[in-house]
Write a protein that binds this ligand. Structure first.
Ligand code: FA5
Length: 335
């Protein structure tokens, strides 16, 4: 009888494993455990067995029944889970690769170039304290410069950073001087949107503090950086710029590469795109962050990466970049 039971169990287990549908499993259950099953027939012999045999086979039958029942139930769960993803694996597959966002590509290029120039990459929070976004950058509460950057204030007393410049303060306070760092990141401004203004855009902050740094160092760094990014000569113009956290300050514009400098809606017909302001870090900012301006000085810049991506890839409207429109973004597919 034991040999017969072994055979029944092994056949049942094989059939359970092979079954692909719940109905087939219910049929297997009735075939092996039902009233007319071979097991039921063998169990009916219990009546004529001795007490010892009844004990031995009785518990064996029960164990076999329980085991087979739970195997059937487990398999039913399995086939029902995989039922929905049953597919014809002979069909040809059109695999579509994802692509990096143009801003991600440019941000990586910029930080790679800066890293080669000895800059470390740091980061800071997008939800920022007023102190880091404004006060420590020499922009007190009532300073008119606050109006230049329409700010999203949050209910928790913080704000969405309007620029990456708070990273200057974080880095100075954390690492001291000398330092050479860059900080790419997302910024937010409550702007009126147009072809070159978004309410969410990316900048990369750059900062060098050491002894005897001059504006010449800033100009050289910007020139190297921009020619490495554009991989060709691009006309730039430098004009005075005002930011309370630098003195002197400069604005570096690049010739609009959408219209070749002739004037178009992207550059508001000026032929130029504001790309990268910078300047010599104001002594008040160094002092506030614990660096002695009598010993150290430095430069900082805030390069608009989203605008840079527009110029590099000839995207004439910044809004496309936040649109999630894959027909446009797919063009920049890099594997
Ligand atoms: C600043 O944000 C300063 N923090 C830059 C700076 C850093 C100056 C260090 C001095 C020293 P500005 O607001 O001009 O400056 O923005 C810098 C760049 O970010 C702009 O030239 C532009 O390229 C980009 N930018 C600014 N606003 C937007 C916007 N709404 N949409 C897209 N890009 C923007």
């Amino acid at each position: 009888m034991q040999e017969e039971l072994k055979k029944i169990v092994s056949n049942a287990i094989n059939e359970i494993k092979e079954a692909k549908k719940e109905n087939d499993l219910l049929n297997i259950k009735s075939k092996y455990l039902g009233k007319k099953s071979k097991l039921a027939e063998l169990m009916s012999n219990l009546k004529s067995m001795s007490i010892e045999e009844k004990k031995k086979y009785g518990s064996l039958f029960n164990k076999i029944k329980k085991d087979l029942e739970s195997k059937v139930n487990e398999r039913i769960t399995e086939v029902n889970v995989t039922k929905d993803i049953d597919f014809d694996d002979t069909l040809p597959v059109e695999a579509k690769l994802g692509s990096l966002h143009p801003v991600t590509i440019v941000a990586k290029e910029v930080t790679d170039i800066l890293k080669r120039m000895g800059f470390s990459v740091v980061s800071g929070p997008e939800m920022e304290e007023e102190y880091f976004n404004f006060v420590a950058l020499n922009i007190p509460d009532d300073h008119p410069a606050r109006d230049m950057q329409d700010t999203y204030y949050l209910d928790n007393g913080k704000l969405l950073r309007t620029h990456t410049s708070p990273n200057q303060v974080h880095a100075m306070q954390k690492y001291g001087a000398p330092i050479r760092m860059c900080a790419p990141g997302r910024c937010f401004r409550n702007e009126d949107l147009d072809a070159s203004h978004e309410n969410t855009f990316f900048q990369v902050e750059g900062m060098v503090i050491d002894k005897n740094i001059s504006i010449g160092n800033l100009m050289y760094t910007m020139k190297e950086l921009l020619s490495a990014i554009f991989e060709r000569d691009v006309d730039v113009r430098v004009r005075p710029g005002f930011f309370p956290f630098v003195e002197p300050g400069v604005e570096i514009d690049c010739s609009c590469l959408i219209c070749g400098g002739k004037g178009c809606p992207t550059c508001k017909n000026s032929g130029w795109i504001e790309l990268c302001p910078g300047g010599m870090i104001h002594p008040n900012v160094l002092k506030e962050s614990g660096i002695d301006p009598e010993v150290y000085n430095g430069f900082a810049f805030g390069l608009g990466i989203t605008r840079l991506a527009m110029m590099k890839y000839k995207i004439d409207d910044i809004r496309v970049l936040n649109s999630g429109d894959l027909r446009v973004l797919d063009k920049f597919n890099v594997e």
